[in-house]
Design a protein around this ligand. Structure first.
Ligand code: PLP
Ligand code: COI
Length: 362
């Protein structure tokens, strides 16, 4: 607990009963059930961050002229809390998400929320809604969605003078429709999610809005995610709509694309650390789509997987495009993706020793 941060707590008078929480835990999916409370902290240019509170989960009222509705001045995060075998709850690397939210806020001209306040807001919400953290050992967790919105009723196009930070939470299972199957992805040849000097490295709603039309094309082609290429040359692999991508090479090297218009994934950073710990060579560098095509054809690239908080580590089965398809070899327990996934989720769930000090107790 941080002594100097006081959250006023207004308890939900009608919290979910045990049966409702059990229903949510049985089949949480992603973003379907929300816990009993939410965090709110206000910011104004004059007063800074103030009025930290936890209130019953529910709708918020916005004036139709609110800047966020018109200009999308908004940033968010995604982070999970896990139940360990002894019943305690822990959050994965919240300092990293705090730092990334600050970077996103800077790019979107929103105020930076101090790390201490961010971490404490998550700890307090998880502590209050602790019953919502799924049981240990079921590959489920409590997904936390912190976000900051411009909160000023003004139509002039400039940075808002008022903002609001909130955190909501939902029990989460797998992100994809069938977590036991590799995910198929669609290569978007025309549309980009982000461009040079744009907001691609920030976690802001606009990037996801830009990904929705290609995402529809992906669904129409039997795929669950879109792979974007760089917007200048249409040649370098960037990332998926909501995940980074990682490749495993036959010689044991792990490679992930480097670009200043993709999100710096904390899952990816952690997996690369675990791979390096295990003595694997890891590279962050530019990767062309041709390198993947050729590598898959020669057998030099043996695996591709999607990584992120929601996705965890999801092996990619097919890459489909208008012109060609790449089919990855079948996934086994021994695949690099599955081994790294087991190690990461083992640490997150408290079953593998957390040598890096990544887990923070709530
Ligand atoms: N890339 C995008 C566009 C994302 O939305 C996400 C999800 O947060 C990621 C990558 C993965 O980032 P992280 O591992 O920090 O969740
Ligand atoms: C996350 O993994 O936290 C995201 O925000 C990605 C999105 C696909 C839900």
């Amino acid at each position: 607990m941080t002594d100097n941060i006081n959250f006023a707590i207004e308890r939900n008078p009608n919290p979910a009963d045990a049966a409702k929480i059990a229903e949510a835990h049985a089949n949480p999916g992603f973003g379907n059930y929300f816990t009993d409370h939410m965090v709110i902290i206000d910011w104004t240019r004059e007063a800074g961050w103030h009025d930290a509170r936890i209130v019953p989960y529910g709708p918020i009222s916005l004036n139709p002229a609110n800047a966020v509705l018109h200009y999308g001045q908004e940033v968010f995060e995604g982070i999970k809390a896990y139940r360990h075998a002894d019943g305690t709850t822990h959050i994965f690397r919240p300092d990293e998400n705090a730092a990334r939210l600050q970077c996103s806020s800077k790019r979107l001209a929103l105020p930076a929320l101090p790390t201490e306040l961010f971490v404490e807001s998550l700890r307090q919400l998880v502590a209050l809604d602790e019953a919502w953290v799924p049981p240990h050992g079921e590959d489920k967790s409590l997904y936390l969605r912190p976000f900051i919105i411009a909160n000023e009723d003004f139509l002039g196009v400039r940075a808002a003078q008022r903002a609001t930070y909130m955190v909501i939470a939902c029990p989460a299972g797998g992100y994809f429709s069938d977590p036991t199957q590799p995910v198929n992805i669609w290569l978007e040849a025309e549309l980009a999610r982000a461009g040079r000097g744009g907001t691609g490295a920030a976690k802001c709603g606009g990037n996801y809005a830009a990904s929705l039309l290609p995402q529809e094309t992906a669904y129409a082609n039997g795929c669950e995610q879109v792979l974007f290429l760089d917007s200048c040359e249409g040649k370098y692999i960037e990332e998926l709509g909501g995940m980074n991508i990682v490749f495993a090479y036959r010689d044991g090297t792990i490679v992930t694309p480097e670009s200043d218009s993709i999100l710096a994934s904390i899952t990816n950073k952690s997996l690369l650390q675990l791979a390096a710990d295990a003595g694997m060579r890891v590279e962050r560098r530019k990767v062309t789509i041709d390198e993947w095509r050729e590598g898959a054809a020669t057998g030099d690239i043996v695996e591709a997987f999607a990584v992120g908080t929601a996705a965890v580590v999801a092996p990619i089965g097919l890459l489909k495009s208008q012109d060609f398809t790449i089919e990855n070899p079948p996934v086994t327990e021994d695949s690099v993706a599955m081994r790294l996934r087991a190690q990461l989720t083992g640490i997150q769930n408290g079953d593998v020793v957390d040598t890096h000090g990544w887990m923070v107790a709530t």
